[in-house]
Design a binder for this molecule. Sequence first.
Ligand code: GLC
Length: 475
Amino acid sequence: MKILFVSSEATPFAVSGGLAEVAGALPKALKARGEDVRVILPLYECVGDDKRQEMEYLTNYDVPVAWRRQYCGLFKAEANGVIYYLLDNEYYFKRSGLYGYYDDAERFSFFSRAVLETIEHLDGWKPDIIHCNDWQTALIPVYYNCFYRDRPGYDGIRTVFTIHNIQYQGLYGMDILNEVVGLDPADYPIVEYDGLANFMKGAIECCNKVTTVSPTYANEILDPWFSHGLDGILHKNLWKLTGILNGIDTESYDPHTDMAIPYHYSAARKANKKKDKEALEERFGFDHRPDVPIMVLISRLVSHKGLDLITSIVDELLYNTEVRFIILGSGDSSYENYFRGVAERHPDKFRLELGFQPPLARLMYAGADLFLMPSKSEPCGLSQMIALRYGTLPIVRETGGLRDSVTDCGDGQGNGFTFKTYNAHDMLWAITRGIDLYYNDKNTWKAVMDRAMKSDNSWDRSADLYLQMYNEAMM
Ligand code: GLC
């Protein structure tokens, strides 16, 4: 099967979050199953020189953006045996960040249209499936239906749309449909929703399959509490919807080989994890206390990550409990400021490190004992899977992919600690159970850690489900 996997970010070229990890690892897993999968993304300024040197320039062509025509350069690269196409337009993509610009609607209209135009320039390589991800690529199924399905060389292509987070839909005023998106007024209703242009809604209407990144989230988004307004349109297209749990790249995230951590360990030989804990204590200026548990949170500091629960109880926790708590992340200034205050109040127990710092995150996964992720909603979440693999017991709320990957060890089988209700003291109780187990029952702790490290979160588990879904899309 020929699959063109379209993403606004992908490791190892451009990374801002979980989407990039999926766009790096899922194609690799499909390729290993013998499928001909290629990835396509914008050529941003952040693509490093080392990567650029390995890229091959193929050709260039014009891409329509409403009534204008814009330059598009096509580059090819290879990573993990997978072919990557990078689309070059310096006006749109030579910027310091990936998203958050006033003209994002135009930038990703261009990208979506450019992906479809590119198919003509791949020396006869025509995808069976175009797999789109999130709102940045949501216009592709719409454009395909409006402009390409009858064009020679494009017939019979199926489009799949994956929702990684339903909160970000690509919402704009209706006026962009003419001058920016370039649709015929007769087609405006395809993307119109609640009086706005909604790219994600357009994709859901036009694609052959809608998927999301965990079975639980696939159910949740049918409910208005989670759907950010799209439950009606999803109900209408329910026959297209499936949830497939993400995996992690278990080659990259392996405490036995990870070059970002000083001491290597595995499920069979765990002893070195203690030395990583010592390195973590040192990194954050804590004295060495192997007896005191370290809990970490590694996250964007935004509200759906459940940070309100933490701000409600963090003082109670730190005044009453012998635990160390480290937060790594950045986001809303209200949270950043709040946690700065916590650091001042609890200099002996709490640390805040701002920023997106993958190598430091890996040291934290390795050196910590407990991993906190109390999300209000979580489409899948990869961090809890990484924590499991590094033997750091997750404490999660039972939502989305957290519910599908972590089960409470209270039953003697689980791999972490969970709580149901979005309530600060329910979370605190789960944290307390984790800390108690650390102090009072080393044997059970070790057994849970063992189950955590052996949990299968590799893409092997889910790659076949994607293939099955692609096959259904082709029927
Ligand atoms: C988004 C979601 C996250 C998911 C990731 C990859 O970042 O918020 O839950 O794991 O996409 O699918």
